[in-house]
Design a binder for this molecule. Structure first.
Ligand code: UD1
Length: 363
């Protein structure tokens, strides 16, 4: 069987890693990896291939950063001849980035079967570019692999036939469980001069948070208070870095002496950092899942989540961006007001195996 796999942006890499490893364990699969080049900085891309043992992409489309329309269109233009040339039995796309929908659309238009890993998640917030990518990709996929039950329910409600939907668990958690012990060897805590676990970790990159001066201002109000209480480590996403460099928010952050900005970190460093943190503050999707498995409190700086299981039984609390609410939730966490999270069903390190079993069986 010929499987063509697509990655483009940082959160895709930890999702494809266990699938590529699983394909190579099976004798009857020829897997190809296409990198769209949506993310291209070494620290946003190459570093992860090395750390996670992902084979070098067979093809890099080198699309880079553009507006949504141009980026999506460029990926489609460059992916089509690759697909025509390779003639796979199935194209596998992961997550919800522009590369996911762009390559998915090319595949179905050429009559090639499409598998979507991490299907069915819904924030119900159509202002999020990822929500549009999720809804559209799911509506054209032949195999929809879900990480949590809510995904299955959402797809059924949207009229997706039941025989296309598979509840398989979470490939991102496969990668976390595989690398947790290895991450212990990282010296990131020493490098950042952190003692014990009295520190917080912060990430921010959603356009709704970093591109809106009012919202970002509110988050910074909360951070001013939090960093007075404990160090806050802030690996800065390139998008956020640009916003901060060109606005007064950057100057505000510079004055917060206990807010420690770093470049984007590699997977193992970041996994260790999250594991030892007292609390994680983020607008990321994947980190809500990772902190649940690490049993570290997570405050999600958004008004909604497409991963409700992390808030229902995991360690996630969706607090929004109101500074008073962020500070209140932070105080509850550090004062021990936190219940021990449970583990979502099938987040057991075997999702990739289930996916490959299903593809082999059905194709
Ligand atoms: C993308 C995904 C988002 C995901 C995030 C993870 C979409 C619509 N968004 O957002 O879902 O959570 O990746 O990081 O697909 N940049 C660099 N170097 C890079 C990549 C980006 O400098 O290697 C800068 C560029 O200024 C670029 C900006 O970041 O314009 C945004 O990059 P882009 O790929 O458009 O989206 P992200 O915000 O990274």
């Amino acid at each position: 069987m010929k499987i063509l796999n697509v990655v483009g942006a940082r959160p895709n890499f930890m999702k494809i890693a266990p699938l590529m490893a699983e394909y190579s364990r099976r004798g009857d699969i020829r897997a190809t990896l296409v990198h769209t080049g949506q993310h291209y900085d070494d620290k946003m891309s190459d570093l992860f291939f090395g750390e996670l043992g992902i084979p070098k992409p067979d093809i890099n489309l080198e699309v880079g950063s553009r507006s949504h329309a141009v980026q999506t269109a460029e990926i489609m233009k460059k992916f089509e001849p690759v697909l025509v040339d390779y003639e796979p039995d199935v194209v596998v796309v992961v997550g919800d980035v522009n590369s996911t929908i762009a390559c998915g659309l090319v595949a179905v238009k050429l009559g090639v079967k499409l598998a979507h890993v991490e299907a069915g998640l819904r924030s119900r917030d159509r202002t999020m570019p990822e929500e549009i990518n999720r809804v559209l990709t799911d509506s054209i996929s032949d195999f929809l692999f879900c990480t949590e039950r809510s995904g299955v329910d959402n797809l059924l409600c949207e009229g997706i036939p039941e025989d296309r939907i598979f509840f398989v668990g979470n490939v991102m958690i496969d990668t976390l469980l595989k690398n947790k012990a290895k991450a212990e060897d990282s010296d990131v805590l020493k490098r950042l001069h952190l003692d014990g676990n009295d520190f917080a970790v912060l990430t921010l990159h959603r356009p709704s948070n970093v591109d809106d001066a009012f919202v970002l201002g509110g988050i910074l109000d909360a951070l001013e208070v939090i960093q007075n209480d404990m160090p806050v480590v802030f690996p800065v996403h390139p998008r956020t870095c640009k916003t901060l460099a060109s606005s007064s928010s950057g100057e505000r952050i510079e004055k917060m002496l206990n807010l420690r900005q770093t470049e984007p970190l590699g997977y193992l460093d970041f996994l260790k950092l999250m594991s030892y943190a007292k609390v994680v503050l983020t607008d990321s999707g994947g980190m809500q899942e990772e902190t649940t498995i690490l049993k570290v409190p997570c405050l999600t700086l958004r008004e909604n989540t497409e991963r409700p299981i992390t808030a229902e039984i995991g360690s996630n609390r969706v607090v929004g961006t109101d500074p008073a609410k962020i500070i209140d939730a932070y105080r509850q966490v550090v004062n021990g007001g936190w219940r021990e999270p449970g583990t979502p069903p099938l987040w057991d390190g075997r999702a990739a195996k289930r996916i490959v079993d299903i593809l082999l069986d059905k194709l």
